[in-house]
Ligand binder design. Structure first.
Ligand code: T46
Length: 131
């Protein structure tokens, strides 16, 4: 499958909680870029594209949002509302993020640098996932 939810280990003690994310360990690729989305209006949707060659993990480090993922074989909507969950999205997966809470900070770890030519903006142009 080219999308799935990952569970990160929480190091918790009486002081609170800590999660560590490491390239090629609990993150299944080398992290080359990190960006975060915040102050997003509740009634807007973002994304609405796929990538040709990019792996990403989306983590709601604060607040919540929903993410629809669709690889033309399976289609699922995840609610991200926990910093210990990361949604891995690989190549050729349509994604839409919506219903952002006002306190949502959506952190994204990416396997490559920003490249506008890597985006697929037409749903028709993504290929159907094959097992
Ligand atoms: C994705 C979802 C989850 C940059 O200059 N560098 C960057 O690394 C990124 C991600 C964006 N930008 C610029 C390009 C646009 O002018 O920031 C502006 C907003 O980007 P965009 O409209 O692509 O944002 P989203 O929220 O629709 O999509 C983003 C990522 O672009 C995309 O790869 O998978 O988050």
């Amino acid at each position: 499958m080219n999308f799935k939810l990952l569970d990160f280990h929480i190091f918790g003690d009486e002081r609170g909680s800590l999660i560590s994310l490491e390239s090629n360990k609990n993150i299944p690729f080398e992290i080359k870029r990190v960006y975060y989305i915040f102050d997003t209006k509740n009634d807007v949707a973002r994304g609405k594209h796929a990538h040709k060659n990019l792996q990403q993990i989306l983590v709601a480090v604060s607040g919540s949002c929903k993410v629809l993922v669709d690889n033309k074989k399976d289609k699922k909507t995840y609610e991200l509302n926990n910093p210990s969950k990361g949604l891995l999205i690989e190549n050729n997966v349509w994604r839409e993020m919506f219903e952002f809470s006002s306190d949502c900070v959506l952190m994204v770890l990416a396997s490559d640098y920003y490249n506008k030519d890597d985006y697929i903006f037409e749903y028709e142009n993504i290929s159907k996932f094959k097992d």
